[in-house]
Write a protein that binds this ligand. Structure first.
Ligand code: PEP
Ligand code: MN
Length: 346
C-alpha cells in the first residue's frame, strides 16, 4: 500500500500519517518527491482501515500496489533514483551512462591491473571492476585473491581516481569489502541469497545486483526489494544474460528488452553486461550499443591486459587495444545520448 500526499500537505500532516501507520505496528518509508510525498507501508496491512487513512488531513489517495515488489516500483517512487558517488559520478535517470570495466578477476600481476585501470581512465570510464572473491562453477578453478585482490583494486583506484566495483559472496565479507569498494556486486549466482541481500540492506554503500541466469525480471526486482526493504535505497540492477537453449554462438541470451521494461516498472538504475551476456568479445560492442540505445544507465564489460592468459573469462575480455577501439565507439554513442538527455532535462 502507498499513501500519496497532497502537493501542499504539510510536514506535520505527513508525520501524522507516518505515526498513524507505525503505532499500528507497521513500518513506513517516505519518498520525498519534487511534486508529491509518498508513504510506502511495509508489513501486514490486514488490520488497517483504508477509509480512515484516506480521511487523514493531507492525504490525496491510498493505493494498493499491484506488483509484489513495492519499494522498487515506480508507483511508490515515480522519480528515477540517481546514485551519486563521493567523486561526483552519478548513475541513473537522465545522467550520462557510465562505464564499468576491468578484468573478470583480480590476478597476482598488479602491473597488469594497473595497465587496465590506466587505459580505463584514459578512455573516460568511471569504474574499475574486478573480482577478488570469485564464484566459480568448478571448485578447482581460481577462486580469487580475496583481501590481496581488494588491496590491488584500492591501489589502482588511488592511482587513477576510478571507483571500484567488486563482488560480495558472503555476509561475513561485507565489512571488509566496504573498506575497499565503492559498489558491492551481488553476482548472478547469489541473486536469491536472501540472507546476503538483507545484510546488504543494512549498509549504505551502493549495491549492484546481477540478474540470475534463470531469473525472471520480477525475481530480479524482488531481489532488489530485499535490499530496499532493509534500509539501503542505493541499488543498481544489472542485466547479464539468461540461459537459453542455444549456447553455440553466445554463452547466454542477453535480454535487452529487460532494460526498458525495468525502466518502466522501477525507478532503479539498470546497467547491462555484454561480456557475461554473450561470452564473446566481438559481441561486446554491438550488444553494448544495443543496450545503450534501449536506455541502459551504463555498461559493464571485461578487459584484460593479456586475455589469452587470463585466469577467468578471457574469451569475453577485450585486450587493451580492442578495449580502446570499442570504448571510443561506445563513447561516441554515449555522447549523443548524453546530449539528448541534457536536452530532455531542461
Ligand atoms: C562477474 O561479473 O565477474 C560475474 C561473475 O558475473 P555473473 O555473476 O554475472 O556471472
Ligand atoms: Mn567474468
Amino acid at each position: 500500500m502507498i499513501i500519496v500526499m497532497e502537493h501542499d500537505a504539510t510536514e506535520e500532516q505527513l508525520d501524522r500519517v507516518v505515526k498513524y501507520i507505525e503505532t499500528r505496528g507497521l513500518k513506513t518509508q517516505v519518498n520525498h518527491g519534487t511534486q508529491l510525498n509518498v508513504v510506502a507501508v511495509i508489513g501486514d496491512k490486514s488490520g488497517l482501515n483504508t477509509e480512515n487513512i484516506s480521511a487523514l488531513d493531507g492525504v490525496r489517495e491510498v493505493k494498493k500496489i499491484q506488483e509484489a515488489y513495492k519499494l522498487v516500483s515506480r508507483e511508490t517512487h515515480p522519480e528515477d533514483t540517481v546514485i551519486t558517488f563521493p567523486n561526483g559520478v552519478k548513475i541513473g535517470g537522465l545522467e550520462r551512462p557510465v562505464l564499468m570495466v576491468g578484468p573478470c578477476s583480480v590476478e597476482k600481476d598488479y602491473e597488469g591491473l594497473l595497465k587496465v585501470a590506466k587505459a580505463a581512465k584514459e578512455m573516460g570510464c568511471q569504474f574499475l571492476r574486478g573480482g577478488a572473491f570469485k564464484p566459480r562453477t568448478s571448485p578447482y578453478d581460481f577462486q580469487g585473491l580475496e583481501e590481496k585482490g581488494l588491496q590491488y583494486l584500492a591501489k589502482a583506484s588511488k592511482q587513477t581516481g576510478l571507483l571500484v566495483v567488486t563482488e560480495v559472496m558472503d555476509t561475513m565479507d561485507i565489512s571488509l569489502l566496504c573498506q575497499y569498494a565503492d559498489v558491492l556486486q551481488v553476482g548472478a549466482r547469489n541473486m536469491q541469497n536472501f540472507k546476503l541481500l538483507k545484510a546488504l540492506g543494512r549498509i549504505k554503500k551502493p549495491v549492484m545486483i546481477k540478474r540470475g541466469p534463470a531469473a525472471t525480471i520480477k525475481e530480479l526486482l524482488l531481489a532488489a526489494e530485499y535490499v530496499l526493504a532493509n534500509g539501503n535505497p542505493n541499488v543498481i540492477l544489472c542485466e547479464r544474460g539468461i540461459r537459453g537453449f542455444d549456447s553455440q554462438y553466445s554463452r547466454n541470451v542477453l535480454d535487452i528488452a529487460a532494460v526498458p521494461i525495468i525502466r518502466k516498472y522501477s525507478h532503479l538504475p539498470i546497467i547491462v553486461d555484454p561480456s557475461h551476456g554473450t561470452g564473446k568479445r566481438y559481441l561486446i560492442e554491438p550488444m553494448g550499443k544495443a543496450a545503450l540505445v534501449a536506455g541502459a544507465h551504463g555498461l559493464m564489460y571485461e578487459v584484460h591486459h593479456d586475455p589469452d592468459n587470463a585466469m577467468c573469462d578471457g574469451a569475453q575480455s577485450l585486450n587493451l587495444e580492442q578495449f580502446k577501439e570499442v570504448t571510443k565507439s561506445l563513447n561516441k554513442l554515449i555522447g549523443r545520448i548524453d546530449y539528448d538527455n541534457k536536452m530532455a532535462k531542461v
